[in-house]
Design a protein around this ligand. Structure first.
Ligand code: ATP
Ligand code: MG
Length: 292
């Protein structure tokens, strides 16, 4: 099953989140049965990140958005922690600082976009500026409604500069969210994660759904597609995202750069005398060879 095809949002078409089964697992029966496939995708992501880094001309930006407890942190921990930290980073977007708020809404995101050869994961993103900002009326509609076009232009610019963009909405049901909050209550090691605002934000679920549906319809594009990932089952969420990420990097046309030295010559010059095992041996062996 190609999850890119299955879960992609079409530009201009509102995904009806209430009609999308958040518990979907496709033909996969259980976590245990899906595990080898997840591991294979994660290994492939790791290898491809090495290739992206070596190629040095392109980059990948992964945007994770979701309501609380949908599993953004879990995706980062399970899928991206295998990648080499040299060349991979994660950035979380909280309420803007004074300095950030003093600039346009894309400024702080632009500062963190990946350089050539890099993978960057955004845990929340500039999309908060058409989501939480809209739901809580932090700016008037005349301001946030113009941001979709600005976001499309921004993503197009990144894309033209060699950045591939993937955007995931982790889709959970309100019942699953409440069950996860309850698990936190029952686990003292996770009490620090509980905030009352998580519960008050739940009251705004329909408003968030509307804001997400509008944002995804307005900003899903060929160069920066949105995917709605059924996430009630954490393992299925990991399976779908890891497949989409690895298939996407695989098709970025990455190449290992050619060697900058004559490999045969280096081998002959420095490794021919490796059996003797001392630094400088290869050089001496060459000198001796000339004399003899
Ligand atoms: P977790 O709760 O799992 O630790 P989180 O991403 O929810 O992860 P929090 O610190 O709880 O992290 O939340 C960050 C908050 O910052 C969210 O409520 C988010 O909506 C808010 N936020 C992010 N960007 C903006 C923005 N531009 N304007 C206003 N609020 C924002
Ligand atoms: Mg939170």
């Amino acid at each position: 099953m190609d999850y890119r095809k299955k879960f992609a949002v079409e530009r201009g078409e509102k995904p009806r989140l209430s009609k999308i089964d958040a518990s979907y697992t496709g033909k996969h029966e259980s976590h245990e049965k899906a595990l080898p496939e997840i591991q294979a995708h994660v290994e492939s992501m790791d290898k491809l990140q090495y290739l992206l880094y070596a190629d040095g001309n392109k980059s990948l930006l992964v945007v994770l958005q979701a309501l609380d407890a949908a599993g953004k942190d879990g995706v980062i921990r399970h899928l991206f922690s295998g990648m080499n930290p040299q060349g991979t980073s994660v950035f979380g977007f909280k309420q803007p600082s004074r300095d950030e708020a003093a600039h346009d809404f894309l400024w702080r995101a632009h500062l963190r976009t990946p350089g050539k050869g890099e993978v960057v994961v955004f845990n929340r993103s500039y999309y908060e500026d058409v989501l939480v900002v809209r739901v809580h009326k932090l700016v008037p509609e005349s301001v946030w409604s113009k941001r979709y076009d600005l976001i499309n232009d921004f993503e197009q610019m990144l894309s033209q500069n060699g950045t591939t963009i993937l955007k995931f909405y982790l889709h959970i049901s309100p019942e699953e969210q409440l069950a996860r909050f309850k698990q936190r209550l029952d686990d003292p090691s996770r009490h620090w994660k509980i905030s009352e605002s998580d519960y008050s934000e739940r009251e705004l679920w329909p408003q968030y759904v509307e804001a997400y549906e509008d944002a995804m319809a307005a900003t899903s594009s060929k160069q920066a597609p949105w995917y709605v990932i059924p996430s009630n089952h954490k393992w299925f969420r990991n399976l779908a995202i890891s497949q989409i990420v690895s298939d996407t990097i695989n098709e970025m046309g990455l190449k290992l750069p050619p060697a900058r030295v004559d490999i045969a010559e280096i081998r002959r010059k420095y490794h021919a005398a490796a059996a003797e095992g001392k630094p400088g041996e290869g050089h001496r062996a060459k000198k001796n060879a000339k004399v003899g």
